[in-house]
Design a protein around this ligand. Structure first.
Ligand code: ADP
Ligand code: MG
Length: 509
């Protein structure tokens, strides 16, 4: 080989070494990046884990907080509000009733015809989105919109009657925000949640606002029952099945209520009810317990929310937030590595990934996770990512959903514990081995809300966790019943069954 030949050969060898070094370097870097992402997901999964032991701690904390909230006003983060509903519908109700439902993304108007013997002869529902701008303006504009929509509905569906012929009809009003109830048909708004912020309504009587708007619009209807959505769900649950003792809503927000003994409501001395019981609206979205599996993403979500340090349980459970937790985890992974390509500005936009979209990714069962790729591209501007990265995204959705469902399940068992229906002997008793299931009564919990009714994996995780916490002896006695649109129908039923009742004045300690 001549000098030139040797020089060329050496040059080629150096060049290929350099190329090889670059390739190897890239591979090492990409492997490092991959492990960074994997460890971020593992870390998140660990922080969000909900082993049954931890869930049982949540059960106990829920029961203890319920007790504290009933003992004195402000005694707990759980408000444990009196609803003045002391008689739940029993199926004997008859006639045509209307209901309005305000409480989330959609506003609903309902008309039901009850025929006695637990029968619903007719049921009409109309859903309307609440215009975004009305959620932060004045109460007058807000209620005018509602009254006008109701008037339009009554005119169209009003049994082919003239408006003048439906005068005096009883109306149930489901208003799913924290309300301090003063009777079954009056109550003042404590605070807004779920993105609403009509400042002039706080501390105002919501029924008075609605009733005035109805008069302004010439609708002579009587608001006979003001209820929270969970109370409406309990009412319809009880109408259909007398063993229903509690109701839970898991939709945009989350809440629960249950039937309590009047004498257990320590903060209300001399609470007299005809039935000896009263429905308590827990406002459980605000439940807090220091051992909840909270992650850095939850902390950031809370800090950037409209209501920091508030509704802590809701922020880990409900539909308003789950998609946004997933977005935060993807953002962090995208910041730490380039496996998602260049950092998308969409990833910094709060709530850009809605919970239904997150659920669609989670439930994608196609072999190439095509739906995941489509949603990532269309919603987050993340393109062309390999299958293994799509799988990571599905894993994140799973961790967020599983934690939410299992925490909600623990909350439900907490309620059952408080009323002695979890087989452990109530709040004072610990977990007893070989529980006397002979003493257990059939217990039904009505569950409503889009997250539970429309998101199958969420529902399965929740049902499974309730059974796991209760154990195999007790679980068969506890039935979770799905109630679609239950809260609205329940409000109309309560308008039917509670309009003429009242509870003696009580003194709140
Ligand atoms: P609201 O709580 O506003 O009264 P819903 O009970 O219908 O209304 O719940 C709507 C919420 O449920 C949505 O905000 C969304 O977070 C969640 N949701 C609805 N459908 C689905 C779905 N298919 N998968 C996951 N979440 C869903
Ligand atoms: Mg709802």
């Amino acid at each position: 080989m001549g000098k030139l030949g040797l020089g060329v050969a050496v040059g080629c060898a150096v060049a290929s070494c350099a190329i090889a070094a670059v390739v190897v370097g890239r591979r090492v870097r990409s492997r490092k990046q991959w492990w960074k992402v994997v460890s971020a997901v593992n870390e998140f999964e660990e922080a969000a884990s909900t082993p049954v032991g931890r869930l049982r701690q949540v059960v106990d904390a829920m029961a203890v907080e319920m007790h504290a909230g009933l003992a004195s006003e402000g005694g707990s983060k759980l408000k444990m509000l009196l609803t003045f509903v002391d008689n739940l519908p029993d199926g004997s109700e008859n006639g045509i009733y209307y209901a309005l439902h305000v409480g989330g993304t959609n506003f609903r108007i309902l008309r039901i015809q009850l025929g006695g013997q637990r029968s619903i002869l007719g049921h009409d529902v109309e859903r309307k989105p609440i215009p975004q701008h009305l959620m932060t303006r004045t109460s007058e504009e807000f209620f005018d919109f509602i009254a006008l929509s109701l008037k339009d509905f009554v005119e169209r569906k009003g049994d082919n009657l003239q408006l003048s012929q439906v005068r005096g009809k009883d109306l149930g009003f489901t208003f799913s925000f924290p309300v301090k109830q003063t009777s079954v048909s009056s109550g003042t708004l404590i605070k807004w949640t779920k993105g609403f912020a009509i400042e002039d309504m706080v501390e105002k009587d919501v029924v008075e606002c609605l009733q005035k708007a109805l008069s302004r619009r010439g609708l002579d209807m009587n608001v006979a029952a003001l209820v929270n959505d969970s109370v409406g769900t309990l009412a319809v649950g009880h109408f259909l099945d007398k063993d229903t003792v509690a109701a839970v809503v898991i939709g945009t927000g989350t809440n629960a209520c249950y039937l309590e003994r009047a004498d257990a409501v320590i903060k209300c001395q001399g609470l007299l009810t005809t039935s000896g019981g009263m429905v308590i609206n827990m406002e459980w979205g605000n439940f807090w317990f220091s051992h909840l599996p909270r992650t850095s993403y939850d902390i950031d979500l809370d800090a950037e929310s409209q209501n920091p340090n508030d509704q802590g349980f809701e922020k880990m459970i409900s539909g308003m937030y789950l998609g946004d937790i997933v977005r935060r985890v993807i953002r962090r992974m995208s910041l730490e590595s380039d496996i998602f390509g260049p950092l998308s500005s969409k990833l910094s936009k709060r709530f850009v990934l809605s919970t239904p979209l997150m659920a669609a990714m989670h439930e994608d069962d196609s072999p190439d996770l095509g739906e995941v790729a489509k949603i990532l591209e269309e919603t987050l501007d993340i393109r062309d990512i390999p299958l293994k990265v799509r799988k990571i995204v599905v894993k994140v959705c799973d961790v967020v959903t599983r934690r939410a469902a299992r925490l909600a399940a623990a909350g439900i068992v907490g309620i059952l514990k408080k009323i002695g229906r979890d087989g452990t002997g109530g709040i004072a008793g610990g977990r007893i081995k070989g529980i006397k299931s002979g003493k257990m009564r059939r217990t039904v919990v009505a569950v409503e809300g889009g997250l539970y009714t429309s998101y199958t994996i969420f529902r399965e995780y929740l049902n499974e966790a309730v059974a796991e916490i209760l154990g195999e002896d007790i679980a068969p006695f506890v039935i979770l019943k799905m109630m679609e649109d239950g809260s609205g129908i329940g409000a109309a039923m309560l308008a039917a069954s509670n309009s003429a009742r009242s509870v003696d004045t009580v003194q709140v300690l």
